[in-house]
Design a protein around this ligand. Structure first.
Ligand code: NAI
Length: 332
């Protein structure tokens, strides 16, 4: 049995984690969940935003499945998600976007994987506020080691999965320091993989290309803020935030979570789509070497997604979160 830390999170988090737990249990996956939470909920009950018990569990298990955690907008505490990624140097945020049979979208042949740098850039936390002059500075710090880590992860993935092309996305025409560093290192690492086609694209053009011809992309690698935005855009290409998975990977630890947030607009209604978290859990199973369990659950998920009636409302169906999970369970 493999012990995994489970962070239910906020909003729809507890509902979708329950669905994933039910599917894993029905499938007989040899995983034991160690439940620990973080955020406003634990602050209210334990006085800690990131409880020491959560950190101890992460450091022991090295693998976690995480529900979304709410971050107050424009005030309050620093994002727990960003803090965990920085604390454990989970530098690679990997977000696959692939067309799913039966899920209706504008495109039917998207198959790309986005690598988002996860620990620095504009999310480095270097923010200054000059009250007197009403001036705000947010510094986008990139380091050679940070750029190398994410770019190496992207090229190594492309190499391992026989992907034909890596696209590095940047704004080096304007950001002549940070953007240029990222682009320079991308070129250096690309030269180590001569069998993989390498190209770079400026972020604004990239957005246009993605919404008109997404099938041209294979592996896409970019800095933190651009990756955050592009991954929601890519979610829109393949069925929305309800279906896209993600992984935060470092050299020592991995935390798997959906791309979406806590969805306060639908929280507590039992209608959230658990697919994105389930797909993240499937990525996690591959990561810990439980490939057969991953494939069996994925087959049942895809068979369910192919029947719109059995899906949740965001995909045009009428099933609630747990009813959708039961449809998956019935196909295991
Ligand atoms: P969001 O991703 O929570 O929701 C955006 C829209 O997508 C909403 O209409 C929501 O109902 C829908 N949606 C999202 N997930 C869905 C699902 N599984 N099934 C059906 N519909 C779904 O983004 P929003 O509203 O901007 O953020 C809400 C909170 O989540 C914020 O506090 C934000 O900071 C946090 N957040 C946390 C993340 C994390 O924990 N990794 C990631 C992104 C946002």
């Amino acid at each position: 049995m493999k012990q995994v830390t489970l962070i239910p999170g906020d909003g729809i988090g507890p509902e979708i984690t329950e669905a994933v737990k039910a599917i894993f249990s029905a499938a007989g996956v040899p995983v034991v969940w160690e439940v620990e939470n973080a955020g406003q909920t634990t602050f209210d009950t334990m006085g800690e935003l990131i409880p020491a018990t959560l950190l101890a569990s992460l450091e022991k298990n090295k693998v976690a499945l995480k529900g979304p955690i709410t971050t107050p907008v424009g005030k309050g505490f620093k994002s727990i998600n960003v803090q965990l990624r920085q604390m454990y140097d989970l530098y690679a945020n990997i977000r696959p976007a692939k067309t799913i049979k039966g899920v209706s979208t504008r495109f039917d042949n998207v198959n790309l994987v986005l690598f988002r740098e996860n620990t620095e850039g504009l999310y480095a936390g270097l923010e200054m506020w000059d009250e007197h002059h009403q001036i705000s500075d947010s510094v986008a710090r990139l380091t050679r080691v940070g750029c190398e880590n994410i770019l190496r992860a992207a090229f190594a993935y492309a190499d391992r999965h026989q992907c034909k092309k890596v696209t590095a996305v940047h704004k080096a025409n304007i950001l002549k320091s940070a953007g240029a560093l990222f682009l320079r290192i991308a070129g250096e690492i690309a030269s180590e993989y001569p069998h993989i086609t390498y190209e770079d694209k400026i972020i604004d053009n990239m957005c246009m290309q993605l919404v008109t011809k997404p099938e041209q992309f294979d592996v896409v690698v970019t800095t933190n803020l651009f990756g955050d935005i592009l991954s929601d855009l890519c979610a829109g290409l393949v069925g929305g935030l309800g279906v896209v998975a993600g992984a935060n990977i470092g050299d020592e630890m991995a935390i798997f979570e959906a791309v979406h947030g806590s969805a306060p607009d639908i929280a507590g209604k039992g209608i959230a789509n658990p697919t994105a978290l389930l797909q993240s859990a499937i990525m996690m199973l591959h990561h810990i070497g439980l490939k057969e369990d991953a494939n069996r659950i994925e087959a049942a998920l895809h068979a369910t997604l192919a029947n719109k009636e059995e899906c949740t409302g965001d995909l045009g169906g009428h099933a609630g979160t747990m009813a959708f999970a039961q449809h998956i369970i019935s196909k295991l």
